[in-house]
Design a binder for this molecule. Structure first.
Ligand code: CO
Length: 134
């Protein structure tokens, strides 16, 4: 059911500072910052040979990562994103076994222009899981 890890997301309190860390200290290639108002975040992609890291900074008062940063003021790993072939089929299979899909349960278009869904961390070992149809 699961394909590759598409990205690992890290919530950060200061995107400029996090970008500097990844670009200058760690020597990674990083993208320009991209505001995603529908998701309440501004994101920078760190391009790695085998996957991406997304650095997420809250955008707007209702950002879904604001509460996370209150609990983790210096930032922390926020979610992991797995690729799937058919997001609706996977969603229906997971719902049938009681897994909770966040939001209204319908895929939204994510940061890469593809449909995404989030799964409740309590159903997946304390880790927020994103599914992205590729
Ligand atoms: Co993500």
């Amino acid at each position: 059911m699961l394909g590759r890890v598409n990205h690992i997301a890290i919530a950060v309190p200061d995107l400029g500072s996090a970008t500097t860390t990844y670009r200058d200290t760690l020597g990674a290639r990083v993208s320009q910052a991209q505001a995603l108002p529908e998701h309440g975040v501004t994101v920078v992609f760190v391009e790695l040979p085998n996957t991406k890291v997304e650095l997420l900074e809250p955008l707007g008062p209702d950002s879904p990562i604001a509460a996370f940063l209150e609990k983790n003021p210096s930032g922390g790993m926020h979610h992991i994103c797995y690729e799937v072939d058919d997001i609706i089929a996977v969603r229906d299979k997971l719902k049938a076994v009681g897994a909770r899909v966040l939001g209204d349960g319908n895929p939204k278009i994510g940061a890469h222009g593809k449909p995404v869904l989030f799964l409740h961390p309590k159903d997946f070992n304390g880790t927020l899981v994103e599914l992205e149809q590729v």
